[in-house]
Design a protein around this ligand. Structure first.
Ligand code: ADP
Ligand code: MG
Ligand code: ZN
Length: 631
């Protein structure tokens, strides 16, 4: 309202001023007036050179007399009857000029003009007022004040990322108690960048800070700044920091900062990137603009640190970078506890095993897993969620929905069963491998069958043996198919791809080749999302040698797989037949079959026939567990 009043006031001042000027001007330039009879006198006695008619008013100009010092003079008079006068003037040598009477017209247009200006002033002021309101709302809308009921998320809701939490807690301490740090002369960091893969809890952590810090908290997303119009983002950034300074000490959080902070180089001249780089510039300027005594901390989150503009990481801007990675086993257990506390659990649930089941899961994945498990249980009409629900939920998340409708021929199922049995037997036979968890030939998502292994613990470094054995396990599928049917199928596509990838990394990244030595031939562009690797440039012979080494690893693994399976051909056949019947076996059941197979061998040598109709190939099995699952 103030703006409107101010602008109207200015407008009226202007009107009065311009009116005054006009009056003064006319006063200055007003010609002297004479009445009609004086004019008539002049007409007969003086030498009039020119008469300008504007309606009734006539401007009369006298010619200067040649012999006198009296200059020509001009005055105005009003003529009662101009037409008559004009006929009378005809034979006198006077120049007559007719002017149209425009005064009314001018008056009208002036009024219109002033009216228009008035309307314009009002409209502009109103729109400016609305914009200003929006601007301040842009900042205040996103403001979370401490203790105003927004405190929904706290540190208790976050788990599995203890280092990041610790570091952020410390930074909040700076804000709440700056003197302690200023005394020693330490400067408080201005910006903190949370970086990590999606779903690891960056946004959650920031929201927890809002709940815990006890200072005002502005929460934005990078895309809030990006509008269609160039310059909007930059001005929003400036407004934001103006507001923030008013409310200091406070925290400004910009989520997904890559939306504005993407690298400026390489962008085309499209207006979109123009707008982005302007916004980014404004952000940089603002971050340089406040000092650490302003007590503002800018928190930002991104899952694309690789595309961030390097200028953002310069000291004095986001000088602290906190990596947030997917949780380890313990972390997963803690996150599981947070989410399972909200659902009804069966009492015999083994959290440790569930945490083991999902290596590499992020916090968001785990939240999803728990919810899927609860859905599974509800769909099954259960009152509580149990272990199998979690397993089913996990399979569903990892591999997709069971494809019950998929029709496979007998032959295809046979091949599939051999394939999975091959994986499983190799996994059991080799040392330093992850324990077997489950074998299934139920198609899910894109995978036809699955042999799952569970890591007992998170591995941080992989030994040569582990990797080599992993490749051999992967080759087990194809090897079994070849042994049983003497043919190759496309079912091994995924296995071969994965095996090649591991072998390539062993040679090119991890320096595991005897001949080539500990040298890297590949670079990791370590973004979190697409860690696309590229081979470095190298001599042709080196490239050839690398290819040979990779080939050697893959070939020897394949041979090894075939050798093992050929040795255990009975077990392979046995396991396959059972798989075809029961479709899914867990580790325990697999162990039993393995034992039976061994027993069978022993008993075959003692040539004593045993009668058993459960486990078709193994004649000695009396295990009730398999009996149950077959029937
Ligand atoms: P990001 O911002 O890193 O992509 P979010 O913070 O948005 O991920 O996480 C999405 C959801 O996943 C959260 O709302 C929360 O439910 C869950 N989540 C993620 N990480 C954690 C964690 N460390 N502890 C608890 N829950 C988590
Ligand atoms: Mg996020
Ligand atoms: Zn396979």
């Amino acid at each position: 309202m103030a703006i409107l009043a101010r602008n109207l006031f200015i407008f009226f001042l202007f009107t009065i001023f311009s009116g005054g000027c006009y009056i003064l001007w006319t006063l200055e330039h007003r010609l002297p007036e004479r009445n009609y009879s004086e004019f008539r006198y002049c007409l007969t006695h003086h030498d009039i050179s020119e008469m300008t008619f504007t309606g009734n008013r006539v401007v009369v100009s006298h010619r200067a007399a040649e012999n006198s010092s009296n200059p020509g003079f001009t005055y105005v008079t009003t003529v009662p009857n101009p037409e008559e006068l004009i006929t009378e003037l005809k034979d006198k040598n006077i120049r007559i000029i007719f002017n149209q009477d425009r005064s009314a017209f001018i008056l009208q247009s002036l009024t219109l003009l002033y009216g228009a200006i008035l309307v314009l002033v009002i409209v502009l002021s109103l729109s400016k007022m609305r914009k200003d309101e929006e601007k301040s709302r842009f900042a205040t809308d996103k403001l979370i004040l401490p203790n105003d009921g927004h405190k929904i998320v706290t540190f208790k809701d976050v788990a599995g990322i203890p280092e990041a939490m610790e570091e952020l807690r410390e930074i909040v301490l700076f804000l709440v108690n700056p003197d302690q740090f200023n005394q020693v002369g330490a400067t408080i960091p201005k910006g903190v960048l949370l970086q990590g893969p999606p779903g690891t809890g960056k946004t959650l952590l920031a929201r927890a800070i809002a709940g815990e810090a006890g200072v005002p908290f502005y929460s934005f997303s990078g895309s809030d700044f990006v509008e269609m119009f160039v310059g909007v983002g930059a001005s929003r950034v400036r407004d934001l920091f103006k507001e923030a300074k008013k409310n200091a000490p406070c925290i400004v959080f910009i989520d997904e900062i890559d939306a504005v902070g993407g690298s400026r180089s390489g962008g085309g001249s499209a207006s979109g990137s123009d707008e982005r780089s302007q916004t980014l510039n404004a952000l940089l300027v603002e971050m340089d603009g406040f000092s650490s005594t302003d007590n503002i901390i800018v928190l930002a989150a991104t899952n694309r640190p690789d595309i961030l503009d390097p200028a953002l990481r310069r000291p004095g801007r986001f000088d602290r970078q906190i990596n947030i990675l997917p949780p380890d086993m313990n972390g997963r257990k803690k996150i599981l506890q947070i989410y399972t506390s909200k659902i009804e659990l069966a009492s015999e649930l083994d959290m440790h095993e569930i945490a083991q089941m999902c290596p590499g899961f992020t916090g968001a994945d785990i939240a999803n897993l728990v919810n899927e498990a609860a859905l599974m249980a509800a769909r099954g009409g259960k009152k509580t969620v149990d272990q199998t629900d979690f397993e089913l939920a996990r399979d569903r998340i990892l591999m997709g929905v069971e494809r019950k409708g998929l029709v496979m021929t007998e032959k295809e199922r046979n091949i599939l069963a051999y394939h999975e049995a091959g994986h499983a037997i190799i996994a059991k036979s080799l040392p330093e491998t992850d324990p077997l968890h489950k074998i299934t030939i139920i198609p899910r998502g894109r995978a036809l069958g699955q042999t799952q292994q569970l890591a007992l613990f998170d591995r941080h470094a992989y030994s040569y043996t582990y990797l080599k054995n992993k490749i051999t396990i992967l080759m087990g599928g194809r090897a079994a198919e070849e042994i049983a049917f003497n043919q190759r199928s496309t079912g091994a596509q995924g296995d071969i791809l994965q095996a090649t990838e591991i072998a390539t990394n062993m040679i090119c990244k991890w320096g595991m080749s005897e001949h080539l030595g500990p040298q890297a031939f590949m670079f990791d562009n370590s973004g979190f999302l697409d860690s696309a690797s590229q081979r470095l440039s190298m001599a042709d012979e080196t490239a050839k040698a690398i290819d040979q080494e990779i080939k050697a690893i893959l070939a020897s693994s394949y041979e090894e797989a075939k050798t093992i399976l050929n040795q255990k051909i009975d077990l392979l056949k046995n396991l396959t037949e059972i798989l075809i019947q029961v479709e899914t076996l867990d580790n325990e059941e697999f162990e039993i079959i393995l034992n039976c197979s061994n027993k069978m061998k022993a008993e075959a040598s003692s040539s004593e026939e045993l009668d058993c109709d459960i486990c078709p190939a193994c004649q000695g099995c009396s295990n009730s567990k398999i009996r149950e699952s077959i029937s």
